[in-house]
Design a protein around this ligand. Structure first.
Ligand SMILES: [Cu+2]
Length: 485
């Protein structure tokens, strides 16, 4: 369809069609005609993929590619069960894919080349239509392979929040904020920035008897950090009143790094993981969140002052990963105080504290998945194997519709990986030997030399991609495609 087939509508119409879909003045594109057949009706949302500048802080301006000239992209908010139409306009020179992370959508609209979704062509457009389900904190992002090009895919600003509201939201909060954790200006480095990844106190059930002594390849690092589009201190603070309850939707939109965040002087009550309510909400000092994951927390504002919410690693926080939380009529300097367990060096993130003790129905099948690294050497890139083989694993991973599967993730590498399955979610059964139940996720961190076991019911027919959510790991083989028989 050519541009002259579209008409430019007035701003009021565009706002009614979907918040955040405003094109910049003077642009020739617009929404599709409203007077056509039903499939030509106006979209609920429009996303424009285009190069943009982001002012992370005064005099710190970076160039990236984003959605609708915003980082994060516009908040896409919808009702559970709603039929949603999103028009994506690609004003770049390369094909793009927009993936709806955490939604149960068919492979043709999941935004994944390997599943057969058609691309949004360069300087073209594509309409995505799907039913919004399940309710909870979801997100959308580029699912394009980047390989050595650190200006593509998840390395860019192509990410945004997608909220699916349940019919009955108890709304037990006074304020709601969306916080995406990010790095910028990625580069290849011999230093793995994720220094806390391998905790020597972890059980490491998958540690090989003889260590692999081959030198590692280059990993992705970054000098600049932000929450949303601002470095610590550069953006507006979150302004709160004593006694308020603030709902924070945390998202790790990083291409490469696991983050641990704390709010000085406050506890964070975790109520949902990957958008799914947890059976046992818990108040914690620190939240660990890996690329792809979401953590919803409620914070009771019961300690007046001006505080820093940020990465517990000083280097990351001082390079921008933080923001200020300011109580009304408090004007002192923002304060960071390390959470007590960190100061005592005995902190570990443990999903299972949010679960319950329960037995799981016996699975129909168990699928073992062994993950190994092929070290790339000092000037190369690590490659990844699943069950000893590189991607694609011909017909190896097969689901039968309606059956219950137990997936055993065996991480035989020396770093942690956030493992994500598309179009489905799983229930955590066991993590490094600790049993649990009731925690529903779509992305799970499997610690270095660790093991996670998850159950899922094969309920969403079609090709289903599984991968590590670190862009470089995915691009270099940490990926598998499940088929339905
Ligand atoms: Cu990985």
């Amino acid at each position: 369809m050519k541009r002259r087939d579209f008409v430019r509508l007035g701003c009021a119409t565009i706002i009614a069609a979907g918040a955040g879909s405003l094109p910049a003045p003077g642009e020739s594109r617009g929404l599709q005609q409203v007077h056509g057949s039903p499939q030509h009706r106006a979209a609920d949302f429009t996303l424009q993929i285009a190069p943009m500048l982001v002012e992370l802080a005064p005099q710190v301006v970076i160039s990236t590619i984003g959605y609708s000239n915003q980082v994060p992209g516009p908040l896409l908010r919808m009702r559970e069960g709603q039929q949603v139409t999103v028009d994506v306009v690609n004003d770049t020179d390369v094909p793009e894919y927009v993936h709806w992370h955490g939604l149960f959508v068919p492979p043709g609209v999941d935004g994944v080349e390997e599943e057969g979704t058609p691309p949004v062509p360069p300087h073209g457009r594509r309409r995505y239509q799907f039913v919004a389900t399940p309710a909870g904190s979801r997100w959308y992002h580029s699912h394009t392979a980047a390989m050595m090009d650190l200006h593509r895919g998840a390395y860019t600003g192509q990410f945004g929040f997608l909220m699916i509201d349940a019919p009955a939201d108890p709304g037990l909060y006074d304020q709601e904020v969306f916080l995406a954790l990010r790095e910028w200006q990625y580069f290849l480095s011999t230093v793995d920035p994720d220094e806390m990844a391998a905790n020597p106190n972890d059980p490491m059930p998958e540690k090989p008897a003889t260590p692999d002594l081959r030198p590692n390849g280059l990993e992705v690092s970054a000098p600049l950090y932000s929450i949303n589009d601002k470095m610590l201190g550069a953006g507006d603070p979150i302004r709160v009143e004593p006694g308020q309850r603030v709902l924070m939707h945390l998202l790790n939109a990083s291409a490469a790094q696991i983050h641990r965040v704390a709010l000085s002087g406050h506890k964070l009550q975790v109520i949902a993981l990957d958008g799914n309510p947890v059976p046992t909400p818990q108040r914690v000092d620190v939240v660990e969140i890996a690329p792809g994951e979401r953590v919803d927390v409620i914070v009771e504002m019961n300690n007046p002052g001006v505080w820093i919410l940020g990465e517990i690693r000083d280097a990351a926080r001082e390079s921008g990963l933080g923001l200020v939380v300011e109580y009304s009529s408090q004007k002192q300097r923002p304060r960071w105080s390390p959470p007590p367990p960190i100061a005592a060096a005995r902190w570990r993130w443990d999903y299972t504290i949010f679960g319950v003790t329960a037995t799981h129905p016996a699975p129909d099948h168990t699928i073992d998945m062994v993950f190994e690294k092929v070290p790339g050497g000092p000037s190369g890139i690590n490659r990844w194997l699943i069950n000893g083989k590189p991607y694609p694993h011909h017909e190896e991973f097969v689901f039968h519709q309606g059956r219950r599967y137990r997936l055993v993730f065996r991480n035989r590498s020396d770093d942690s990986h956030p493992l994500h399955i598309h179009r489905h979610r799983f229930e955590l059964v066991e993590l490094n030997g600790t049993p649990t139940a009731g925690i529903q996720k779509d992305t799970v961190i499997v610690p270095a030399y660790g093991r996670a076991t998850v159950d899922l019911v094969a309920a969403h027919p079609g090709l289903t991609l599984f991968h590590c959510h670190m862009q470089q790991h995915m691009d270099y083989g940490f990926m598998a495609l499940f088929r339905y028989a």
